[in-house]
Design a protein around this ligand. Structure first.
Ligand SMILES: Cc1cc2nc3c(=O)[nH]c(=O)nc-3n(C[C@H](O)[C@H](O)[C@H](O)COP(=O)(O)O)c2cc1C
Length: 174
């Protein structure tokens, strides 16, 4: 089983959480392919065929990103718009390539888990905030496996390590 991790972080050099996740995931290349959109496509258009073939050639797909304005950074939205095409991802003529594919999200959020609770500051969980992604995957008949998250700013090494263990368990049990 091999998982494609599509990463969309506009400023990975300043990142703590996503950078750490990437470094750790790179230690298991037989399990995880790291695909950093902002590095591969800093300015040029997507190679759509290549992106679709990458997804096809992996068992599972995970989209990893920092939460920006309760959604993803813009390049990931563009990637979804341009790669999840009718006739490939959905629609009657061959639009079944994501059918039953296990897809999940891995997200870092600057706010706390308490903020993302029904009684908290935002009144919604992060899972609820990310329902447009869930619905996109359901629309494509994929098998959506929910989210793995890191909450909060300025993480300690211990928090990062603990979260990474949970992230790996999440990925290995998709
Ligand atoms: C433009 C921008 C928008 C952000 N919007 C949110 C947000 O809506 N919710 C939130 O919890 N954090 C938000 N943050 C904080 C980031 O999610 C957080 O710093 C990031 O996930 C930490 O991961 P990293 O160390 O990999 O950069 C935002 C940060 C930026 C720069």
């Amino acid at each position: 089983m091999k998982t494609l991790i599509v990463i969309a972080h506009p400023d990975i050099d300043s990142s703590i959480v996503n950078k750490y996740w990437i470094e750790e995931l790179k230690k298991a290349p037989e399990e995880f392919t790291i695909h950093e959109l902002y590095k591969v496509y800093p300015t040029e258009p997507f190679d759509i065929k290549h992106e679709q073939e990458l997804i096809d050639s992996h068992d599972h797909l995970v989209l990893q990103f920092p939460v920006y304005w309760f959604s993803s950074p813009p390049l990931l939205k563009k990637w979804l718009d341009e790669v999840f095409l009718e006739g490939w991802a959905h629609g009657p003529n061959g639009g079944d390539k994501l059918k039953n594919k296990k897809i999940a999200l891995a997200v870092s959020a600057g706010s706390t888990a308490d903020d993302y609770s029904i009684d908290g500051r935002y009144g919604h969980t992060l899972e609820q905030m990310l329902i447009p992604f869930e619905t996109t995957f359901l629309y494509c008949k994929a098998d959506y496996r929910s989210i793995h998250a890191f909450y909060g700013e300025d993480p300690s090494n211990k928090e990062l390590e603990h979260n990474m263990k949970n992230y790996l368990t999440f990925l290995r049990n998709l």
